[in-house]
Design a protein around this ligand. Structure first.
Ligand code: CA
Length: 335
């Protein structure tokens, strides 16, 4: 292949068995440090032949549940527990993770809109390029752990692109139920530039999560993240001993199919939500009021849902600009 080689240098050997931890060195020549590099933590667990999996979090730096859960997995997992290979990239956009922000402080890059990236681009584009050209081709499956971040909170969910065949849909549904979130939803298309688009290009299966969020870590979301990762590894045949089954009812299989599932602020102002996570709404149901605090004698604007569905995502901050996402819906999966 004649595409340009990534400049990132891994301190670990992905073909070696056993446990390795170290950094991906991203060259970063700045005033403070002429020959320095950004240290992106990475771990690799290998034990002979078997399925190969990449576990990622911190694609958005302000989504913490996956970063904490994968750090714990790095500390606790022993190579003898697995057959195959597990690569763990717990804070993929490391500069963003260190800043506690969605995007990178170096280049404002949103890693999950940056794929396939650029071998010669800024730090975020270089990370995307490394993941797409070096990590994804080494694995059969990637789990990318997101949450609502600073601006959104979710009914804990897993998500996948809708597979083409009934057999693939069955396999995907099994893995969703293995993770054990209340909701598992399939998406048609996407935002563009995402890790899931990269995985599709490379030809491997990918699964994402949306684990609560709101710029914090809750004990319940973290337990779900920790257990879910191990259950998916068992479901893929990597982890030899099956962990405990998830608590709660089986995952509700749903879909999110395009712009009508989203509700946006029609005006800038202060957001008064009129529905909560888990609520069932109809077409035209008022979603929220946007109060004009610059002219409080004016009536607030009403945001409405443009279709029926279940509220699985809600905005957290009270101040909004026109175009900010207030809610999104899911509906039961139509096979
Ligand atoms: Ca995210």
């Amino acid at each position: 292949m004649d595409r340009p080689k990534s400049r990132l240098y891994p301190e670990i050997d992905f073909d070696r068995d056993g446990k390795q931890t170290g950094f991906l060195r991203l060259p970063h020549s700045v005033h403070r440090s002429a020959y320095g590099w950004i240290p992106i933590p990475i771990a690799c667990f290998g034990n002979g032949a078997g399925p190969r999996v990449l576990l990622m979090a911190g694609n958005h730096g302000d989504e913490y549940e996956g970063q904490v859960a994968l750090g714990k997995l790095i500390r606790e997992l022993d190579p003898s527990e697995i057959g195959g290979r597990v690569i763990i990239l717990p804070s993929a956009n490391f500069p963003a993770a260190m800043a506690g922000t969605r995007t990178s402080p170096h280049d404002q890059g949103n890693l999950n809109r940056s794929f396939p990236g650029d071998a010669d681009g800024g730090p975020t584009a270089q990370i995307a390029w490394y993941i797409e050209t070096e990590l994804l081709p080494r694995v059969d499956f990637v789990l990318d752990m997101h949450s609502g971040g600073s601006s959104l909170t979710y009914v804990p969910s897993v998500l996948m692109r809708r597979p083409d065949t009934p057999e693939a849909l069955d396999k995907a549904s099994r893995l969703m139920r293995a993770f054990g979130t209340p909701v598992g939803y399939f998406v048609d298309g996407g935002w563009g530039g995402t890790l899931s688009a990269a995985a599709a290009r490379v030809g491997i299966m990918s699964m994402g999560t949306e684990l609560a969020g709101g710029g914090q870590v809750t004990p319940s979301a973290l337990r779900l993240a920790e257990g879910g990762v191990r259950r998916v590894l068992a479901g893929l045949g990597v982890l030899r001993k099956a962990p405990a089954a998830p608590d709660g009812p089986p995952t509700r299989l749903m879909q999110v199919s395009g712009p009508s599932y989203y509700c946006f602020a029609p005006e800038p102002g202060l957001f008064e939500p009129l529905v909560e996570l888990g609520g069932e709404v109809g077409e035209g149901t008022p979603a929220g009021l946007i109060h004009a605090h610059d002219t409080p004698w004016r009536e607030p604007a009403t945001a409405r849902f443009s279709r029926a569905g279940t509220v699985i995502c809600k905005r957290v901050p009270g101040r909004v600009e026109r175009g900010d996402c207030l809610f999104h819906l899911a509906t039961d999966l139509q096979k």
